[in-house]
Design a protein around this ligand. Structure first.
Ligand code: GFB
Length: 319
């Protein structure tokens, strides 16, 4: 059977990342994808996951299902972020082992590196320092996922490994102001301020943290590239457990705000609410490993933001 006919289960296929991965696989000729909504398959429930794998027997798993959110959601729903993510990872990775999945890719996140890691952040810096408090529960769960993959490789020789995406954004993002990440929040805030002719928009924190962003279609392309070009053995032989996926450039939140303001066409002022957290001061990843393998991002921040704003406009118009 050719690689492209193998049955691939995309866990989290309804989310922003999973749907972009599915679209990218289909564009490259993969024709045997298995998708389940969270209503059809509750990944937190071990018995459901077990019987799904027993029935479907996928050859490949892309584990992009997760409970995710922005800085405030992570900080407030601490129990949900650690519990849901631990359960999803443990259930899926164990079932993948039991049902002899040939390859599994787990998606981590750049926020699982130490809060004050040297910049740019190399793969080797994982577990070298304390975590950022606002997302510590999420980070601990994601680190457990990375270590589950590594441990199944070391004990059972499974081709399971992790990728570490930077902050992602794009179509299908969550635009809810309480639980979203900064980009969808800012798009919505500026858009609503423009339509309601408000004098100012209030952003969180100080505006000084720096973040690296990657458009979700680029992330999906990198995941498929690594599916085709990376193995657990090649990775763990370099004494690392995962590979960074990012653009390798970052921007200050205040600069990001000005770019979004310009794209949306809002003319008012920007204020900052210092009672809201800043989070990690900076998290720029070193993506030289991925670049050396032959993959580089293609969608600039400006282009990605325009695409995302277009999508948001269509969605809010109900098109
Ligand atoms: O994207 P974000 O929520 O998450 O926030 P993190 C990034 C920065 O933007 C923070 C500031 O310094 C926020 O204070 N910011 C300014 C805003 N205005 C806003 C706003 O209206 N909404 C939001 N959400 N932020 C998350 C982690 O950290 O990143 C997660 O908590 C996850 O675990 C994710 O890994 C990628 O980059 O700070």
């Amino acid at each position: 059977m050719s690689w492209r006919n193998k049955k691939i289960y995309i866990a989290g296929s309804g989310g922003m990342v999973g749907s972009a991965v599915g679209k990218n696989l289909e564009s490259k000729g993969y024709n045997n994808l298995v998708r389940r909504t969270s209503k059809e398959l509750n990944l937190i429930n071990q018995a459901e996951v077990e019987s799904f794998f027993e029935r479907e027997k996928p050859a490949i798993v892309i584990l992009s299902a997760a409970k995710v959110g922005g800085i405030l959601a992570n900080n407030h729903q601490r129990a949900d972020f650690i519990y849901d993510n631990l359960m999803i990872e443990a259930n899926v990775i164990q079932a993948a082992f039991k049902h002899r999945v040939e390859k599994l890719i787990f998606l981590g996140s750049s926020c699982i590196y130490p809060k004050n890691a040297p910049q740019p952040i190399k793969e080797e810096y994982l577990l070298s320092g304390l975590l950022e408090y606002t997302n510590e529960p999420y980070a601990v769960a994601k680190i457990a996922g990375v270590k589950l993959c590594e441990s199944f490789y070391r004990q059972h020789d499974c081709d399971f490994f992790s990728v570490m995406p930077t902050n992602l954004y794009g179509e299908r993002d969550n635009f809810d102001l309480q639980s979203s990440h900064v980009i969808p929040a800012l798009i919505r805030k500026f858009h609503e301020a423009k339509t309601q002719q408000s004098e100012k928009v209030i952003l969180w924190g100080s505006g000084t943290p720096r973040r690296e962003f990657l458009y979700v279609d680029d992330l999906a392309d990198a995941v498929v590239f690594l599916l085709e070009n990376m193995t657990a053995k090649k990775l763990y032989e370099q004494k690392i457990s995962h590979i960074n996926i990012g653009a390798g450039v970052d921007v200050e939140i205040s600069e990001l705000a000005n770019i979004i303001k310009e794209i949306v066409g809002y003319k008012g002022k920007i204020d900052y609410d210092a009672t809201k957290p800043d989070g990690t001061p900076r998290k720029l990843m070193d993506v030289s490993r991925l670049n050396k393998l032959g993959w580089k991002y293609t969608i600039s921040l400006e282009d990605g933001l325009r695409k995302t704003y277009d999508w948001f406009l269509k969605e809010s118009a109900g098109v």
